[in-house]
Design a protein around this ligand. Structure first.
Ligand SMILES: C=C(CC[C@@H](C)[C@H]1CC[C@H]2C3=CC[C@H]4[C@H](C)[C@@H](O)CC[C@]4(C)[C@H]3CC[C@]12C)C(C)C
Ligand code: SAM
Length: 367
């Protein structure tokens, strides 16, 4: 073969490989987010590195973050920065639902995710005509599954404006925009009138609140009397030992890589719920057997992480992805190791479920 022909063949194969690697291999689990579309939320490209450094210095010592009122007040703004940094990477590498779910034998991750979300709708007894609140809605994966499964209308709230735009676009694409609405706001002080929702839920979101009382108090206020609230909480379990340095490092690793101002203990959740006025209807760690491990999806992804890391580095080099994305990706890789360890040792669960009821008012009870 002539040298020129060989060079052309090599070039065509090379371009083909890059295309396959970035567009095909690098495509999201749920189509719609490709590696070449990775942005950093509403942060402009030149600010990504700075914002990441600021985020990191704030959450480096997670327990200290929530202890003073002044730093607790800053948490929502840093959580917003965190989601600017990670939202596209999450969508690209995980899909539109930003949470874990127990594995289901013989079923895809997508099915397992949907079943975990539909369980919320079933616990709430959601039905057509109901207006539900999704507290910390992300880009709306759960909201769409719950609206489709139950026929209810859902209003989601998230602190991150970039997520609001993503969620609205996904809602339109799914033909659910008439029943799913998304609002940008802080769940510690929600822009909704008292008693305006029939039911509410939060999936792996309230762990971002410095004080759980504040977000539970707000949910209590906006629920109608008799209304139900389901929450999937991130907590340490009774197996966690504060004097074991490996346990401490694992939990700190989870807090640092997930913008958490200090994980709560499993046994604190129900008492906080009662403190704000809720009745506790049911409480269960959905990660416990017979449920199958939620962390196997993280463990199985090692080759994908390696590929993603390479894709991110190449795209940064080509200036397609902003500088700083590789560091954010590395942080997520590390947090995935801590989460896996937390799951395997059983010291951590991301799915401690509580089903709470706002008591019916005395007037209504008397009817
Ligand atoms: C509830 C929260 C988020 C939970 C999960 C959705 C995310 C926690 C860790 C994330 C990930 C870790 C590794 C990433 C990987 C390196 C990358 O190549 C592709 C995306 C990841 C798999 C990413 C996906 C989302 C998570 C699993 C918190 C924040 C309260
Ligand atoms: C891990 S994501 C989970 C999203 C969604 N529940 C899901 O399962 O896909 C956590 C969500 O909580 C939101 N959040 C965190 N702190 C918040 C706050 N103070 N006010 C409103 N939303 C907040 C984030 O913006 C994000 O959407």
């Amino acid at each position: 073969m002539e040298a020129a022909t060989m060079a052309w063949t090599a070039a065509v194969v090379g371009v083909g490989l890059v295309y396959w690697f970035v567009w095909v291999m690098g495509a999201a689990e749920v189509k719609g987010k490709r590696a070449v579309d990775l942005k950093m939320g509403s942060i402009t490209n030149d600010k990504v590195q700075d914002k990441y450094t600021q985020y990191w210095s704030f959450f480096r010592r997670p327990k200290e973050t929530a202890t003073t009122a002044a730093s607790a007040e800053k948490v929502p703004a840093f959580v917003d920065t965190f989601y600017n940094l990670v939202t596209d990477i999450y969508e690209w590498g995980w899909g539109q639902s930003f949470h874990f779910s127990p594995s289901l034998p013989g079923h895809s991750h997508r099915d397992a995710t949907r079943v975990h979300e539909e369980r919320v709708a079933d616990l709430l007894g959601a039905k057509p005509g109901h207006r539900l609140l999704d507290v910390g809605c992300g880009v709306g994966g759960p909201m769409r599954a719950i609206a489709a499964h139950s026929g209810s209308d859902v209003v989601g709230i998230t602190i991150n404006e970039y997520q609001v735009n993503r969620a609205r676009a996904h809602n339109r694409k799914a033909g659910l925009d008439a029943r799913c609405e998304v609002v940008c706001g802080n769940f510690l002080s929600m822009p909704f009138p008292d008693a305006s929702f029939d039911g509410a839920y939060s999936i792996e979101a309230t762990c971002h609140a410095p004080r759980l009382q504040d977000v539970y108090g707000e949910v209590f206020r906006v629920l109608k009397p008799g209304g139900l609230y389901v929450s999937y909480e991130w907590v340490t379990t009774s197996l966690y030992r504060g004097e074991d340095s490996e346990h401490v490092e694992c939990i700190h690793g989870i807090e640092r890589g997930d913008a958490l101002p200090g994980l709560r203990r499993q046994d604190e959740i129900a008492s906080i719920a009662k403190e704000v006025g809720f009745e506790v209807v049911k409480e269960q760690d959905l990660a416990l057997p017979p449920a199958l491990p939620w962390w196997t999806r993280l463990k199985m992804g090692r080759i994908a992480y390696w590929r993603n890391s390479l894709v991110v580095r190449v795209l940064t080099l080509l200036r397609i992805a902003p500088k700083g994305v590789a560091e954010v990706h590395e942080m997520l890789y590390e947090t995935a190791q801590h989460l896996t360890k937390g799951g395997e040792t059983g010291i951590f669960t991301p799915m401690h479920m509580v089903l709470l009821r706002k008591p019916a008012s005395a007037a209504e009870e008397a009817k």
